[in-house]
Design a protein around this ligand. Structure first.
Ligand SMILES: [Zn+2]
Ligand SMILES: [Zn+2]
Length: 108
């Protein structure tokens, strides 16, 4: 739809000699657009994967203000290889951790 609309505008703006037919116009519009789209997706995925996790790790290991808070319900401990279901969690990280896992989790 967008391509056809753009083509109508193109036809409106150009004389008959300068005009491309719809197929050629479509190709001229779509090819750079598709390349751009792919590049954008790649960049988007890269930033999603790297930036938030490093930021999270910075907070996790900064050693400041990680206080134990209590929830109403039990949740699964988020430390790897732990199957505990504590009610406590780190208020700063907002991550459920057992009392035993609390300190190791915050150490690199
Ligand atoms: Zn924490
Ligand atoms: Zn645990």
């Amino acid at each position: 739809m967008i391509v056809v609309n753009a083509w109508i505008i193109h036809k409106f703006l150009h004389t008959e000699k300068e005009q491309l037919d719809l197929v050629r116009f479509r190709r001229a519009v779509c090819v750079p657009y598709l390349k751009l789209g792919k590049a954008d997706i790649r960049i988007g995925r890269k930033s999603r994967d790297t930036i938030p996790s490093t930021r999270l790790d910075d907070v996790r290991y900064d050693g400041k203000d990680h206080v134990i808070a209590k929830r109403e319900n039990q949740r699964r401990c988020q430390k790897k290889s732990c199957s505990g279901k504590p009610r406590i969690y780190c208020k700063k990280c907002n991550i459920t951790l057992c009392l035993e896992c609390f300190a190791p989790y915050h150490k690199q």
